[in-house]
Design a protein around this ligand. Structure first.
Ligand SMILES: Cc1cc2nc3c(=O)[nH]c(=O)nc-3n(C[C@H](O)[C@H](O)[C@H](O)COP(=O)(O)OP(=O)(O)OC[C@H]3O[C@@H](n4cnc5c(N)ncnc54)[C@H](O)[C@@H]3O)c2cc1C
Length: 479
């Protein structure tokens, strides 16, 4: 039987941020995830915005954590080498009714302690964003709304936690939790039993099912789907800022923004589902995105789409972000309702959960040798000519371009595979180095990446997975 102090269920942004925070202390931590890679479910299919919390409900835990998290990012992304840019967001008022809402939104931002929101005139907006609807009447500027690479963010948290002693059990599903005398005793998984004193439930979409394992099923998770378009980097109608609509009660609305790698992101929808698995995109959903975003940026070129995707927000019923601890169940911390801002608030959630654990008797002694930095994968196409020559001399695999759309070399793919918590599947490679993320979506580099994965993991090519076990890329010979 495995033994630890803390089991974190879920290797998404939230679970990995908690694990990294706990890795600063003399405590044994195991992160368990049913997926084959770190990165979560919702954490890899979102808008990739680091929010300020300007539009949160004032006084809520969500507001507290998002507002606290935003200023943590500049140092965090520097320490962990995560692509990040403080683009700022523009909230344009197109109609008179929207224009009249601006003071209330600014006032709400103030109540959330986001003090740097500014009014913009029509002229200022059109100067900042020439492709904005010329009928715009004015708007708000939220300077610290930022964009990030959400895949690398979670990988970086996990790799750094791992380097500081956290164990990750991937491809391992939690199937039960044992308690004794109102205390946590062990966690049952498909990989065996883990004896533990603490369980942190960061299972997002499935956190209600985990809570039911300890008799705390006080809520239900309802998946709220968001569909997106990704446009080609060369699309002629671009924006430089995050262009946000005036938010409604249900959703932040459909936006257009650059991604950290220079594509345009357009979406998402907000549709409550009656299941937790339907990640399809639909004709109606996509049409509604075009209709809404054209009100903000009329010239958006949807024909330049290179792919579409959807993500499921782990919405909670009754709603609201909750972090619960019960007096009659020592050692159990339950997170639920980490819905639309979880990527952002994860940074503060780690600190919040560690503090809660201290307040509930967990002795957390700071590790003298905690290493706060992580080295990212060296990106060949961002190097100078001299650096490229030097790196090819050191390792000729950097001279072999595998993904032509994104200019990704074999050297980078090898690094993605062999680093801590390295890539074992096609999607895991894609999310680490972007091979297959470009215009051809892996049409050219896919077969080469399959061969590299098979060679490096010493497995037959027909055992290489797209993502989960059994999602084979190759199923047999055609002749
Ligand atoms: C469309 C959309 C847009 C969004 N936009 C933004 C945005 O711009 N900015 C922002 O801050 N947030 C955004 N969010 C929200 C954000 O993505 C989520 O709140 C956040 O990713 C949740 O992280 P998580 O770690 O809690 O969950 P997840 O990433 O879902 O991770 C949970 C993990 O738990 C694991 N798990 C579940 N059950 C089990 C089990 N039984 N055993 C083992 N493992 C288990 C899963 O495999 C998964 O890996 C958006 C979300 C969506 C869907």
């Amino acid at each position: 039987m495995m033994k630890t102090d803390v089991v974190v269920i879920g290797a998404g942004a939230v679970g990995c941020a908690i694990a990294r925070e706990l890795s600063k202390y003399e405590v044994d931590v195991i992160v368990v995830d049913k997926n084959e890679d770190v990165g979560g479910d919702a954490s890899k299919s979102n808008s990739a915005i680091i929010h300020t919390g300007y539009d949160a409900s004032p006084g809520t835990l969500e507001s507290q954590l998002v507002v606290a998290a935003n200023p943590m990012f500049p140092k965090l992304v520097e320490d962990l080498q995560v692509p990040f840019k403080a683009t700022g967001a523009i909230l344009p008022a197109i109609t008179e009714e929207q224009f009249e809402q601006l003071p209330a939104i600014k006032e709400k931002a103030f109540r959330n302690r986001v003090y740097d929101v500014e009014y913009l005139t029509k002229e200022q907006i059109l100067k900042m964003e020439p492709n904005m609807n010329p009928e715009v009447r004015g708007g708000l500027y939220i300077p610290r709304e930022s964009i990030i690479d959400p895949f690398i963010y979670v990988q970086a948290l996990a790799e750094n936690a791992n380097e500081n002693g956290v164990h990750f059990l991937l491809n391992t599903k939690v199937t039960g939790i044992q308690t004794e005398d109102q205390k946590i005793r062990s966690v049952e998984t498909t990989g065996g039993t883990i004896e533990t004193k603490y369980v942190i439930n960061a299972a997002a979409l499935y956190c209600d099912e985990i809570a039911a394992m300890v008799g705390k099923a006080e809520y239900k998770v309802v998946a709220r789907r968001g569909q997106f378009y990704i446009l080609d980097k060369n699309t002629s109608c671009k924006v430089e800022h995050i262009v946000l609509p005036i938010p409604t009660k249900v959703t932040k609305g459909k936006l257009m923004c650059p991604t950290i790698h220079g594509n345009m992101l357009v979406g998402p929808t907000a549709e409550d589902l009656n299941n937790k698995t339907d990640k399809s995109v639909t004709a109606d959903g996509l049409a509604s995105i075009v209709e809404d975003v054209r009100r903000l940026v009329p010239g958006v070129k949807i024909g330049d789409t290179i792919t579409q995707y959807s993500g499921l927000r782990p919405n909670r019923n009754p709603e609201g972000l909750h972090v619960d601890i019960w007096d009659d169940l020592e050692g159990y911390i339950n997170l639920s309702g980490v819905r639309s801002t979880g990527l952002t608030l994860s940074a503060a959630m780690g600190v919040y959960v560690a503090q809660l654990m201290k307040e509930h008797g967990c002795r957390l002694v700071y590790k003298e040798n905690f290493k706060n930095t992580r080295k990212g994968i060296r990106i060949f196409h961002e190097m100078s000519r001299e650096e490229q020559d030097a790196v090819i001399k050191e390792n000729p695999k950097y001279g072999n371009i595998i993904c032509r759309c994104e200019t990704i070399t074999e050297g980078e793919i090898m690094d993605a595979i062999h680093r801590p918590l390295g890539a074992r599947s096609m999607d895991a490679v894609k999310r680490r180095v972007r091979a297959g993320m470009g215009r051809c979506q892996g049409g050219f580099c896919g077969p080469k990446v399959i061969e590299i994965l098979a060679r490096e993991w010493k497995i037959p090519v027909d055992q290489v997975n797209k993502n989960e076990t059994g999602s084979y890329m190759v199923t047999g010979k055609t002749r």
